[in-house]
Design a protein. Structure first.
Length: 146
């Protein structure tokens, strides 16, 4: 509940919007590999052009780059350079074990800033980090045997 004199925030959520080169490869990565669910989509001329994906309380949007015709876009340099999305989780190590069991390549988790960090990159080079709070010492490395 909000006090009578409080103002409701206008901004509700930030949702990363990734331009991708191959929608099929991205959907395989995010849905089959990471477990995202497609909640919304835009189909144009029989082709999936845009979608909204969710995992837990987080979301992101994907749109395949048009290379020809109306709305064509040419990227400068490699997609994803300099972009990192940090997903705050209850258990980042469980995410790591789950996605690697599905064949997704991920860096060995480490502790940084008091959190386990499991990092990976999508097919277009966007960096994703799944993080969860821990009491483990800074710079600890995860051991699969643990």
């Amino acid at each position: 509940m909000t006090p009578d004199n409080a103002i409701e925030p206008n901004v509700k959520q930030a949702v990363p919007f990734f331009r991708v080169l191959d929608m099929g490869a991205s959907l395989h990565f995010y849905i089959d590999g990471l477990g995202f669910i497609m909640m919304k989509k835009w189909i144009d001329d029989g082709k999936l052009r845009w979608c909204w994906l969710e995992i837990g309380n987080a979301a992101l949007m994907l749109q395949e780059i048009r290379r020809e015709g109306h709305g064509a876009w040419t990227q400068e340099g490699k997609l994803g350079i300099g972009v990192t999305i940090s997903f705050q989780c209850a258990d980042a190590l469980a995410i790591y074990r789950e996605v690697t069991s599905r064949g997704i390549q991920a860096s060995r988790p480490f502790v940084g800033n008091g959190m386990w960090v499991a990092a990976l990159s999508d097919p277009d080079g966007y960096k994703l980090e799944f993080e969860s709070l821990t009491n483990a010492p800074e710079e600890s490395l995860y051991s699969d045997a643990a």
